[in-house]
Design a protein around this ligand. Structure first.
Ligand SMILES: NC(=O)c1ccc[n+]([C@@H]2O[C@H](COP(=O)([O-])OP(=O)(O)OC[C@H]3O[C@@H](n4cnc5c(N)ncnc54)[C@H](O)[C@@H]3O)[C@@H](O)[C@H]2O)c1
Length: 269
């Protein structure tokens, strides 16, 4: 691995949402490629378990309990990273959630919460990591967006979609501002990746499974592990001329029909 363009030895990676799902898979893939990890999550117990896995492959792990919707906690967390590691080479902005409700019913507070969790959380982490990377003259940031960054989903996703659309523009603006100073910013746009929430919805109504799968030409849901290769690629020198991109990770969904073959009526089922 030493001469490989995918080698991450000596690099420090910060990943939010690291206790579960895509954040966990991303963290472990980066550790296996040689990076030390800062594992950020509100679920400290889960993040500690991932830290054990990172250490088992021979890398350092620091767990940071931080609510990504709270900028003050994010700023404190980055100060801790300064004293523990002294540098940041990669940021994976994975955590963040939204409240689903029909546009005519949703409370403004819930729109604000979704915005704070997904947009402010990602931006605040980008700003804190970006300042440090700009000083170093190098760094790579990956924002997790969604199909909803570029298409409408319906089914009560108004708050989520508006926030994920902002994540796409955040990625483009930051990449444009920072590319000539050595800092790259890209986004990954996943389609439905199996997680606890999706599994619960399928358990409650198995019809949802087929409706979603009809929009995914590859014929299966994403698994968190699908992010491993993209994460290592985007964190490493292998992608050194790649910035400002929005990369679908979607089993072909966007190519097929720009986002949805399932109607908005499913929201009530
Ligand atoms: N799963 C999908 O189908 C899908 C598709 C597109 C985009 N996304 C987005 O990707 C991201 C991760 O999704 P996932 O499926 O891996 O989720 P997941 O539910 O498997 O894991 C999310 C992790 O984030 C942590 N977390 C939640 N809120 C947090 C907060 N405020 N501060 C810190 N940590 C927090 C949770 O504790 C958990 O460990 C989310 O932003 C989600 O909207 C998911």
């Amino acid at each position: 691995m030493t001469n490989s363009p995918f080698n991450l030895s000596g690099k420090v990676a910060v990943v939010s949402g690291a206790a579960n799902g895509m954040g966990r898979a991303m963290s472990l893939a980066l550790a296996e490629a040689g990076a030390d990890l800062v594992l950020v999550d509100i679920n400290e117990k889960g993040a500690n378990l991932v830290a054990d896995e990172v250490e088992a492959v021979g890398q350092r792990a620091l767990v940071s309990k931080c609510d990504i919707s709270d900028p003050k906690s994010i700023i404190e967390m980055f100060k801790d990273i300064d004293s523990s590691f002294g540098r940041i080479d990669f940021l994976g902005n994975v955590a963040g959630e939204a409240i689903r409700e029909k546009p005519e019913k949703i409370r403004l507070e819930d729109i604000e919460y979704s915005w704070r969790s997904i947009v402010f959380g990602r931006f605040c982490c980008c700003q804190e990591a970006g300042r440090r990377m700009l000083k170093q003259g190098s760094g790579s940031i990956v924002n997790i967006g969604s199909l909803a960054s570029v298409t409408a989903l319906g089914r009560g996703h108004i708050g989520y979609s508006m926030a994920m659309g902002a994540v796409a523009q955040m990625t483009r603006e930051l990449s444009t501002e920072w590319a000539h100073r050595g800092v790259r910013v890209n986004a990954i746009l996943p389609a439905q990746v199996m997680n606890d929430g999706l599994q619960e919805r399928i358990n409650a109504d198995p019809k949802i499974r087929d409706r979603f799968l009809s929009g995914i030409p590859s014929g299966r849901f994403g698994s968190p592990e699908d992010i491993r290769g993209l994460a290592v690629f985007l964190a490493s020198d292998a992608s050194s001329w790649i910035t400002g991109t929005l990369i679908p990770m979607d089993g072909g969904n966007l190519a097929q029909n720009a986002g949805g073959s399932h109607g908005s009526e499913i929201f009530n089922e």
